[in-house]
Design a protein around this ligand. Structure first.
Ligand SMILES: [Zn+2]
Length: 80
């Protein structure tokens, strides 16, 4: 059984408002997609913390530049 929703795109935010609504409606009624979505969200938060580790491991100068501009895009830091 497969569903027509793109959960990965939803999790990374690469969906239009319309598509987002479709996914949200679908997961409300579909347990397997809800579980998959939980799993993807978990993976994503693990990836996000890995990126934090990389920032910590970066050179002090680079790190300072990043910390002084929260959400900045220096040193390949993830933006929002
Ligand atoms: Zn589904």
């Amino acid at each position: 059984m497969s569903c027509e929703v793109d959960l990965k795109a939803y999790v990374v935010g690469e969906v239009t408002r319309n598509e987002r609504g479709v996914v949200e409606d679908h997961v409300r009624g579909c347990q397997s997609c809800r579980e998959e979505l939980d799993r993807l969200n978990l993976t994503r938060s693990m990836l996000a913390s890995l990126e934090d580790e990389e920032i910590r491991a970066a050179s002090p100068l680079c790190r300072t530049a990043y910390l002084s501009r929260a959400g900045g895009r220096l040193c390949g830091a993830p933006g929002r």
